[in-house]
Design a protein around this ligand. Structure first.
Ligand SMILES: [Ca+2]
Ligand SMILES: [Ca+2]
Ligand SMILES: [Ca+2]
Ligand SMILES: [Ca+2]
Length: 198
């Protein structure tokens, strides 16, 4: 991962002259070089109802795409971000978008429902549109809450508290993997069993 070889910065909205339109393929996504070496402007048409993320890759192969710290809501006009890079490698850029509806700020929303906001996911290099970034069956938010690395698959058959429930089961139940389930059972109402004999 070469995250430190490039950086995005927000730019003001463009005017309408010479801008992309809603009719263009791939939202009219273009990367425009500036007069300064290594400095570009990334532009695309933001369609209303779509929220956009930016992904980059140096290899253009599956599994090499990662999210930049960019989230933008389409408002029926051209969106643009500055991109500065010092890498001599090829750098590919693509958009990912969702039509998920939400209220409030896009960064505060949780599109994949894993318990982490979109902004928190981007900051931690997680996938804001996949509840299980490392594919081990345990949601990103649950892993972060209990100190697991959501980018490295864990052995989901491990039973950290010895209560018979594996990490996978605990994550599905939303329970604490360091507190044995027996503790909770002790707080439950007792079940009374009566004999049917007279
Ligand atoms: Ca999330
Ligand atoms: Ca996620
Ligand atoms: Ca996971
Ligand atoms: Ca357990």
């Amino acid at each position: 991962m070469r995250l430190f070889y490039f950086a995005f910065c927000a730019l003001a909205m463009l005017g309408t002259a010479f801008s992309q339109t809603s009719d263009e393929m791939n939202e009219g996504l273009i990367l425009v070089p500036s007069s300064t070496s290594g400095s570009y402007t990334l532009k695309w048409y933001g369609k209303p109802g779509r929220t956009y993320f930016v992904q980059t890759s140096e290899a253009l192969t599956p599994g090499t795409w990662s999210y930049a710290s960019v989230i933008e809501v389409g408002v029926g006009g051209v969106l643009q971000w500055g991109l500065a890079t010092t890498t001599t490698q090829r750098l590919f850029v693509r958009l990912a978008y969702t039509e998920t509806t939400f209220t409030g700020a896009a960064g505060a929303a949780d599109f994949d429902g894993d318990g982490l906001s979109n902004s928190a996911e981007l900051a931690a290099h997680l996938d804001p549109m996949n509840a299980d970034s490392d594919g081990d069956g345990m949601p990103d938010g649950w892993e972060v809450a209990y100190g697991f690395n959501p980018l490295v698959p864990d052995v989901n058959t491990t039973d950290t508290d010895g209560d018979g429930l594996t990490l996978l089961i605990e994550s599905l139940l939303g329970t604490n993997p360091y507190v044995a389930a027996q503790t909770d059972i002790a707080n439950a109402a007792n079940l009374k069993v009566y004999s049917s004999g007279f």
